[in-house]
Design a protein around this ligand. Structure first.
Ligand code: ZN
Ligand code: ZN
Length: 438
C-alpha cells in the first residue's frame, strides 16, 4: 500500500537509540533481539529474493508455518487459500492477533541490490511475470517472525493467547475476506485485539507512525455501462449518443466531491477508463467507464456510490436514453478505522519502547488495506506504520523537495536492518501491552 503524499511532521534524523529505561517485562522479551537479529536479517533477504504473487504464496506460507511450529505454535495451513494460522495458548487472558501479509507484486525489481528478486510468478492467464516485494510484505513477515520468536521464548513474561496470522493476497484486497470466510474467527480463538503494521518510505528507519481513527481509505471499483442508440455519425439526430452522455456523466461526477460532501470529509472519485466505439463516423450503442471511489467514512462512501448511480441515471434520462445505465460495484474494500483506545495504548507502548522521538503522528493514506475486514467483524484493530527510509537519504530527498521511491515502485529499497529492529520492538511491545503479566 502506498501512503498519501503528505509527509508527517517530525525530525528527519531520528534518535535511533532506545529510551534509557525499558519496562522490565519488555526488556526480558527483547533481550535476545540482538542475538536474533542476524538470522532475521537473513530471513528478510531470503524472502525478498523469493517473492510470490497473491494466492501463490505457497513456499512463503510453508516457510512461516515451519518457523511457528518450531516455536511451539499449533499451526494450521491453507486457511482461506494459502493463509497460515499459529496459535500459542499461554494461560487465561486476552487473545491477541498479529497479522502479516504474504504476497508480492508483479513488478520487475530495479534496485540493483545484491539480494534483488529475479523471481517470476504467474499472471491471471498463467503467463510468467516478474515478481517483487515492492510493498514491503517481506519485511512485515520478518518483523512478525521476530516478534513471534521473542514472545514464544519469553512465555513466563505474559499470559493469554497469541494468534499469528499470515494472510495471503492483500494486494488483491482478498485474503482477509477469504480467511474470515474459512473460519479465522470461528475455527481459531476469536481475537480480543488485532494488530498489524505497514512499512513506509516516508518515515526514517527506526521510527514508527501512528494514525488514530481512519487510517486507510475504502476503495470501490465501479463499472458503468451507458446504453444509448447507435447509428451514423452524420445523422446524430437518429441516435442517442452514449459518448455525450458519458462525457456529461464524467463532468457531473466531479460535483459529488466538490458540492455534495463536506470539505472536511476527504474523498476521491476518479474515472480511469472511458471506452466507446471504434470508428470515426459511427455512433456506438454504448459506452463503458471504470471508476475508483475512495473515502474514509462509511457514510461518505455510501453517499458517493448512491451519487454515482443517481448522476448516471439522470444524465441518461436527460438524453432520452432507452434504458438506465448499468452501475456495478465490482470490487470493494472497506476503510481501515484504527480503534481509538487500542491505538492510544499502542502509541504509549511504542513511546516507552522506542523513545518519544521515534513515534510520529502519521496522516491517513488514500490507498486501501484489507486489514479493515478484521475490524469490521467487531474486533478492536489497529495498524501502525514502520519507517524504512535510510535517514540520510530521506533528509536529502526532503531538502530537495522530493520523496524516495514509493511503495509499489521497482526501486523501493527499505533500510531493513534498523527497520527490522524497530519493527520487532514495536510489535512485541504492542503484544505485551495487551497480554498481561503472569
Ligand atoms: Zn501494496
Ligand atoms: Zn502492502
Amino acid at each position: 500500500m502506498q501512503p498519501a503524499a503528505a509527509l508527517p511532521a517530525g525530525p528527519a534524523f531520528p534518535a535511533l537509540s532506545a529510551p534509557a529505561s525499558v519496562e522490565p517485562r519488555l526488556a526480558a522479551v527483547l533481550g535476545p533481539l540482538s542475538e536474533a537479529a542476524p538470522a532475521l536479517e537473513a530471513l528478510y533477504r531470503e524472502l525478498h529474493e523469493t517473492p510470490e504473487l497473491s494466492m501463490q504464496e505457497e513456499a512463503t506460507a510453508g516457510r512461516l508455518a515451519e518457523r511457528l511450529r518450531s516455536l511451539g505454535f499449533e499451526v494450521t495451513e491453507k486457511v482461506g487459500g494459502t493463509g497460515v494460522v499459529g496459535v500459542l495458548g499461554n494461560g487465561e487472558g486476552p487473545v491477541v492477533m498479529l497479522r502479516t501479509d504474504l504476497d508480492a507484486l508483479p513488478v520487475e525489481e530495479k534496485t540493483g541490490l545484491p539480494y534483488a528478486s529475479r523471481a517470476f510468478g504467474k499472471d491471471e492467464h498463467g503467463q510468467p511475470v516478474p515478481a517483487m516485494h515492492a510493498c514491503g510484505h517481506d519485511l512485515h513477515m520478518t518483523v512478525w517472525t521476530g516478534a513471534a520468536t521473542l514472545l514464544a521464548r519469553a512465555k513466563a513474561s505474559w499470559r493469554g493467547t497469541l494468534v499469528m496470522v499470515g494472510q495471503p493476497a492483500e494486494e488483491k484486497g482478498a485474503g482477509a475476506e477469504t480467511m474470515l470466510k474459512d473460519g479465522l474467527f470461528t475455527r481459531f480463538p476469536r481475537p480480543s485485539f488485532a494488530v498489524a503494521l505497514h512499512v513506509t518510505p516516508d518515515l526514517a528507519a527506526g521510527r514508527v507512525g501512528v494514525t488514530p481513527g481512519p487510517a486507510f481509505a475504502s476503495v470501490d471499483s465501479v463499472d458503468v455501462t451507458i446504453h444509448g442508440k447507435g447509428g451514423h455519425g452524420a445523422m446524430p439526430h437518429r441516435t442517442i449518443d452514449p459518448i455525450l452522455i458519458g462525457a456529461r456523466f464524467v463532468v457531473t461526477l466531479q460535483a459529488l466531491v466538490s458540492r455534495e460532501k463536506s470539505p472536511f470529509e476527504p474523498a476521491v472519485v476518479s474515472v480511469g477508463s472511458f471506452q466507446a466505439g471504434s470508428k470515426h463516423n459511427v455512433i456506438p450503442p454504448e459506452a463503458r467507464l471504470k471508476l475508483t471511489v475512495r473515502a474514509y467514512r462509511e457514510e461518505v462512501r455510501l453517499a458517493l456510490l448512491e451519487g454515482i448511480r443517481r448522476v448516471a441515471a439522470a444524465e441518461a434520462m436527460a438524453a432520452g436514453a432507452p434504458v438506465a445505465p448499468t452501475v456495478t460495484v465490482v470490487e470493494s474494500t472497506p476503510g481501515v478505522v484504527n480503534d481509538g483506545p487500542l491505538t492510544g495504548r499502542l502509541r504509549e507502548a511504542f513511546r516507552a519502547a522506542l523513545g518519544e522521538a521515534n513515534v510520529a503522528d502519521f496522516p491517513p493514506a488514500s490507498v486501501s488495506e484489507d486489514f479493515s475486514f478484521y475490524g469490521r467483524e467487531g474486533v478492536p484493530a489497529s495498524m501502525f506504520w514502520l519507517g524504512v527510509a535510510p535517514p540520510a537519504a530521506l533528509a536529502g530527498a526532503r531538502a530537495a523537495g522530493k520523496s524516495l521511491p514509493p511503495l509499489h515502485s521497482a526501486e523501493f529499497a527499505p533500510d531493513y536492518a534498523p527497520a527490522l529492529r524497530a519493527g520487532v520492538t514495536a510489535l512485541a511491545a504492542a503484544a505485551l501491552e495487551l497480554l498481561p503479566a503472569r
